[in-house]
Design a protein around this ligand. Structure first.
Ligand SMILES: [Zn+2]
Length: 171
């Protein structure tokens, strides 16, 4: 997934806000943390390009392993449940939820090692053939990119449909 992570983060954070943090933290801050979590796994691209010299698929790093995000999710869910002051754990939880969803979205056309570290095998739902150069073009011209555009469209629609209500609040 290329452009879909951030809008997906906006959608998921919007939908989970009322269930997890409506009385603990502002909606805006909650969504900011959620959108940060939605792109957090891809910070490993810095390591991939600057340190690892592109020697390993960046999806094999801990930042793209489901077991890591699942463990963080469980820890944050417990923290939110147990904490007296719920602002920080609510923000941490939405960050982790979106980090985990990032891996689910990456699985559509990208390899994710779902059973690592126990099974060294990548899984993906569909394969994008490297038909064009540069490689990014193959992803953009693949049908799955329509899915990304749909996610972007849904997020923009939700954002726009909420905007008048927000404006009314401040006038
Ligand atoms: Zn990724």
């Amino acid at each position: 997934m290329i452009i879909g992570h951030l809008p997906a983060g906006y959608l998921i954070s919007s939908f989970t806000y009322m269930r997890t943090a409506a009385d603990a933290v502002s909606r805006r801050l909650f969504i900011v943390f959620g959108m940060a979590g939605a792109i957090a796994p891809d910070v490993d691209l810095l390591y991939f390009y600057l340190i690892d010299d592109r020697q390993h698929h960046h999806h094999t790093y801990a930042t793209h392993l489901p077991i890591v995000w699942a463990a963080l999710f469980v820890a944050c869910a417990w923290w939110l449940h147990a904490a007296r002051f719920k602002q920080l754990p609510a923000l941490a939880l939405v960050f982790c939820i979106n980090g985990f969803v990032h891996l689910m979205l990456d699985t559509i056309v990208g390899d994710i090692w779902w059973l690592a570290p126990f099974v060294d095998k990548p899984y993906s739902l569909f394969t994008v053939e490297p038909a064009y150069h540069p490689w990014l073009l193959s992803f953009i011209l693949h049908w799955s990119f329509l899915l990304e555009l749909a996610v972007l469209g849904a997020a923009l629609w939700l954002w726009r449909s909420r905007a008048p209500a927000t404006i009314r609040l401040f006038h």
